[in-house]
Ligand binder design. Structure first.
Ligand code: NAP
Length: 285
C-alpha cells in the first residue's frame, strides 16, 4: 500500500472492531483495482461517537462503515438518511458527499443478495421466514425480504414490545407481506418452526451453553427449512450444525457481509468492486 497525500481514507466505526473482516475485504479490492484508497478500523466508544462522526467531514474521509453498537447512535450526527436507513432507523454506511454526511443501510439488500445465491426469487416470494431476534440486523433482514416480496415474516423475540411498533410501520410500507411476532418458546413457537421455510438466526449470542443446553428449543424444525445464520464466525457453528444434522440446507453470514460490502464499496468510490477478490479476502480469514 502506497499512502500519499492524495490517498482517500475510508474506515469502520465499531466497539469492538478488531474482529471486523471489512478492512481486509475493502483493501483487497482497492489493491486489485489500483485505487488510491485505504480502509482503516476505528475503535469508537459511545462517548466518542459524535466527534468521530464529525471527523469524517473534518478529516475529509470518503466515508465509513458502521457496526455494532453504533448503527442507530450515529443518526443524530448525520445530515441526511437514505430511505432505507430512515425506515430501519439504522445506518451501516456513511458517505461524505462534499461535506454532507449521508447515512445508508446496505445490510437489507446485502442479505437478500446473499440469499439469492441459494434460493430463487420465486422461492423467496412463496416463503414464510422465522427470524430469531428483533435487533438491528433482524429488522434489516425483514425489510430486505419484504422488499423482495416474501409472503410472511415472524419475529421470535424475548421482548415483543420492543419490535411491535416497528413491525406495524414496516407492514404499512410492505402491505403484501404478513408480519407477526412470537416469543422464543412455547407451543406457538414450535408450530411456527415447523411451518417455516427459512429460519434466520439474528441473535448475537451462542444458542447452546457449555452444558450443551439450548437457549432456544429448535426441535420442531423439518428438513425442508433453509437455515440462515447472520453470524460469520465460526463457520460451522451450533445453529448451522443442527441444520445440517436435520438434513437442511444452510448458509452462514459471510454472503451477507460480502454483499453489503460490495454495495458500500460502490457508494464510497462510485466503482463496482471485483466480487471474487473481496470474497477470497474474507474466505481466507
Ligand atoms: P442487536 O441489535 O444487539 O440485537 C440483538 C437481538 O438479540 C435483540 O432482539 C435482543 O433481544 C436479542 N437477544 C440478545 N440476547 C438474548 C438472549 N440471551 N435471549 C434472547 N434474545 C436475546 O444485534 P444485531 O446488530 O441485530 O446483530 C445480530 C447478529 O447479526 C450479530 O451476531 C451480528 O454480528 C450479526 N450481523 C451480521 C451481519 C453480516 O453482514 N453477516 C450484519 C449485521 C449483523 P432484546 O431486545 O430483548 O435484548
Amino acid at each position: 500500500m502506497n499512502i500519499s497525500g492524495k490517498t482517500k481514507v475510508v474506515g469502520i466505526f465499531g466497539y469492538p472492531v478488531e474482529h471486523s473482516l471489512s478492512p481486509r475485504m475493502h483493501n483487497a479490492a482497492y489493491k486489485a483495482l489500483g485505487l488510491d484508497y485505504c480502509y482503516v478500523p476505528f475503535s469508537v466508544k459511545k462517548e466518542g461517537l459524535e466527534s468521530a462522526v464529525k471527523s469524517i467531514r473534518d478529516l475529509n474521509m470518503a466515508g465509513v462503515n458502521v457496526t455494532a453498537p453504533h448503527k442507530e447512535g450515529v443518526i443524530p450526527y448525520l445530515d441526511k438518511l437514505s430511505p432505507s436507513a430512515s425506515l430501519l432507523r439504522a445506518v451501516n454506511t456513511i458517505v461524505n458527499e462534499q461535506g454532507t454526511l449521508v447515512g445508508h443501510n446496505t445490510d437489507a439488500p446485502g442479505y437478500v443478495a446473499g440469499l439469492q445465491r441459494e434460493l430463487s426469487d420465486t422461492k423467496i416470494k412463496e416463503s414464510q421466514a422465522l427470524i430469531l431476534g428483533g435487533g438491528g440486523a433482524a429488522r434489516a433482514v425483514a425489510a430486505g425480504l419484504a422488499s423482495a416480496g416474501i409472503k410472511k415474516i415472524i419475529f421470535s423475540v424475548r421482548t415483543p414490545k420492543k419490535i411491535e411498533a416497528w413491525s406495524n410501520s414496516i407492514n404499512e410500507r410492505f402491505p403484501h407481506t404478513i408480519f407477526g411476532i412470537s416469543f422464543l418458546e412455547g407451543e406457538k413457537f414450535q408450530k411456527l418452526l415447523n411451518e417455516s421455510d427459512i429460519l434466520i438466526n439474528a441473535l448475537p449470542i451462542p444458542l447452546i451453553d457449555k452444558a450443551e443446553k439450548w437457549l432456544v428449543d429448535l426441535s420442531s424444525i423439518t428438513e425442508n427449512t433453509f437455515f440462515s445464520d447472520l453470524r460469520y464466525a465460526p463457520h460451522n457453528n451450533e445453529f448451522l450444525s443442527l441444520g445440517i444434522s436435520k438434513g437442511c440446507r444452510t448458509q452462514d453470514g459471510l454472503p451477507m457481509l460480502l454483499e453489503q460490502g460490495i454495495i458500500s464499496f460502490k457508494l464510497f468510490t462510485g466503482i463496482n468492486p471485483p466480487k471474487n477478490v473481496m470474497e477470497n479476502a474474507i474466505k481466507a480469514s
